[in-house]
Design a protein around this ligand. Structure first.
Ligand code: LLP
Length: 415
């Protein structure tokens, strides 16, 4: 995480020390580096430069308006999966024409919102959705631009909960039936087939499954062309992994080069939907040690962030590095770093060799993706603050929730 350097023993985000941010904004607090986000996006954009392409940032990874606005300013498109994400993109100044609307269960009101906002493409995931969209587009008197999300039946070789491209998964339509469905779309005067789409899974550390999937998509596209259905773009989804511990994911440039190779000589635009690889290593979760509880079996470091702030360790057994903000040799031993929530699964890291004392600050690394967006209010805990660092400047981009906000919309029975 190059944009989170240790300077004179103190962990920083760009040029601002995390200790300063802790003092000013309190903990728990998500901290992002503007430079990290921008350089990841630009690296991908430049690497894909030789071929017409569109980056559709997967909003689910980190949907803070300031993050979306940075993406919009660089000219990014967006991949959204709900009406809520679409409205965030619009509020952040995103261009609706560069939005692809994905999702396995879009409601009629979401489809209506997508069409009335003028999104660039709706990724259809089932035959029933085609009928519903056709009717809504007819009622609105518009032609809906669509892509079919096909399920290429490849094993992404990632965690089963984030693997999406197997026949047994709920996503997309069977690739073997795709041509027939495109004819159904082509026959409709309210639908226009402009692309094809797939997404095989997330945190991919090998590219072979992606190659398999894209090759299968290209066969469908070529078959369609023979039958006079020509598409403008091929959306290969997101999924490029990042390094949390000792993974060796392909670099952004290797990933882009592979796509360029697969698309050599073709005219369709490449669409990509990266989330984690753009923001994952652009953020940390800052937390303070509440107390230490050494024991015979286990040593617990109780911290003020918990599974409601960062669910990944609990839900996927995900490993995030944990670093002390100031290096220390005090109480150096193996700690389980745990939150205050009443669940044994509430841990941020287990068996971590750390020198720590009460009140110390710890940084949970690689939390820029699927950190804040998966946070909840479990145990009536307010959501953390979010701060963006830009060089030597820091900006509050989401205020810490107040407890009173948590039940402001609840009602007592009258009698
Ligand atoms: N496009 C579609 C249709 C997706 O479903 C996803 C992620 C992406 C793009 C972006 O994938 P990425 O580039 O971020 O891998 N909460 C999990 C990850 C769930 C990913 C779901 N879909 C985690 O914390 O690891």
């Amino acid at each position: 995480m190059t944009h989170f350097p240790r300077i004179a023993g103190q962990l920083h985000a760009e040029q601002v020390s995390l200790a300063t941010i802790g003092q000013l904004y309190g903990t728990p607090c998500y901290i992002y580096s503007r430079r990290a986000i921008e350089s990841a996006w630009q690296e991908l954009d430049q690497a894909l430069e030789p071929h017409p392409h569109q980056i559709c940032y997967a909003v689910k990874a980190n949907s803070n308006l300031a993050v979306l606005n940075l993406m919009a300013r660089m000219g990014s498109g967006f991949d959204v999966v709900s009406g809520g994400e679409l409205q965030r993109v619009l509020a952040a100044g995103g261009d609706p024409a560069k939005v692809v609307f994905s999702g396995v269960g879009k409601t009629n009101s979401e489809l209506e919102l997508a069409l009335s906002s003028g999104v660039g493409c709706i990724n259809l995931e089932s035959v029933t959705e085609i009928g519903r969209l056709e009717k809504i587009a007819g009622d609105l008197g518009v032609v809906a631009p669509v892509a079919l999300r096909v399920n290429p039946d490849v094993d992404a070789q990632t965690h089963p909960y984030i693997s999406t491209g197997l026949k047994e998964n709920k996503f997309g339509v069977d690739i073997n039936g795709a041509v027939k469905i495109y004819h159904r779309i082509a026959a409709s005067k309210h639908l226009s087939a402009i692309g094809i789409d797939c997404h095989i899974g997330s945190q991919l550390t090998q590219l072979e499954p992606l190659v398999d999937a894209v090759e299968r998509l290209l066969l469908v596209v070529d078959e369609l062309a023979k039958q006079d259905i020509t598409l403008d773009h091929i959306d290969v989804g997101g999924g490029l992994g990042i390094r949390y511990q000792d993974e060796q994911p392909p670099s952004m440039t290797d990933y882009a080069n592979l796509l360029l190779k697969l698309f050599a000589g073709r005219t369709e635009h490449i669409y990509v939907e990266p989330g984690r690889s753009l923001v994952g290593n652009s953020g940390v979760l800052l937390t303070q040690v509440i107390g230490l509880k050494p024991g015979d079996e286990k040593n617990f470091a109780l911290v003020d962030a918990a599974m409601n702030d960062l669910l990944r360790p609990t839900l996927y057994s995900a490993w995030h590095d944990i670093q002390p903000v100031s290096e220390s040799t005090e109480h150096n031993r193996s700690w389980d770093v745990v939150g205050p929530i009443c669940e044994t699964g509430d841990f941020l890291g287990q068996n971590r060799q750390l020198g720590i004392a009460e009140d110390d600050l710890l940084a949970v690394m690689s939390c820029g993706a699927y950190g804040f967006t998966m946070a909840s209010n479990y145990n009536s805990r307010p959501k953390a603050a979010e701060v963006m660092v830009d060089g030597n400047q820091h900006h509050l981009i989401r205020k810490r929730e107040e407890i009173s906000q948590l039940f402001a919309d609840e009602y007592l029975l009258a009698d």
